[in-house]
Design a protein around this ligand. Structure first.
Ligand SMILES: C[S@@+](CC[C@H](N)C(=O)[O-])C[C@H]1O[C@@H](n2cnc3c(N)ncnc32)[C@H](O)[C@@H]1O
Length: 169
């Protein structure tokens, strides 16, 4: 059981009802260029599952294997189609050209090859979701800006400041 394990310090869940509203609003208003959804740091994978229920082809990328196992278990128990991958959402050799705050603490800046396993690159997704810790959203935006496709969207949950949506132009 997950509750018997050590605390995973970077794991906090977001407001799932608000995330669901935001996804519905994006889709109802035809803001997404397509159906591919990716959660960057998917935790328990709930937002990925909500995106799948909303009709998207949804995947979650999570660096903690124990959480990926929970995501897969949850999706199977609820019979919701979604895929979860263990690894870093930061593509290999991607941070060289980016000036970012090296002191960020709650997101791992480790790079990896998970997109190879996914069979898609960041530029193949239409909508990303992330729940960054306060002040760390800039890092997610930098990775998004560097690697996502023009026209794709990044939705972030910012705690008391609610949901933020940006489009790459
Ligand atoms: C604040 S939690 C949010 C979890 C989930 N997105 C939600 O909204 O409930 C951030 C998650 O990102 C994961 N994480 C941190 N750095 C990561 C990285 N480089 N690649 C993939 N996952 C990462 C953490 O393990 C943690 O589960």
């Amino acid at each position: 059981m997950l509750r018997d394990q050590e605390v995973i310090e970077n794991f906090v869940t977001c407001d799932f009802a608000l995330a669901d509203h935001a996804l519905q609003w994006i889709l109802e208003n035809h803001l997404s260029t397509g159906q591919r959804f990716c959660e960057l740091g998917s935790g328990f994978g709930v937002v990925t599952l909500l995106a799948s229920l909303a009709g998207m082809e949804a995947i979650g990328i999570e660096i903690e294997q124990v959480l990926v196992d929970e995501c897969i278990d949850l999706s199977e128990r609820l019979a919701i189609e979604a895929e979860f991958y263990c690894g870093s959402f930061i593509p290999r050799n991607s941070l060289e050209g980016i000036e970012f705050d090296r002191d960020i603490k709650n997101v791992s800046t480790e790079e990896g090859d998970v997109y190879r396993e996914v069979g898609l690159s960041m530029s193949d997704f239409d909508l990303f979701f992330a729940f960054p810790w306060p002040g760390e959203h800039v890092f997610f935006e930098q990775v998004f800006d560097e690697w996502a496709a023009v026209g794709s969207l990044l939705l972030t949950y910012r705690g008391r400041d609610g949901m933020h949506l940006i489009r790459k132009v």
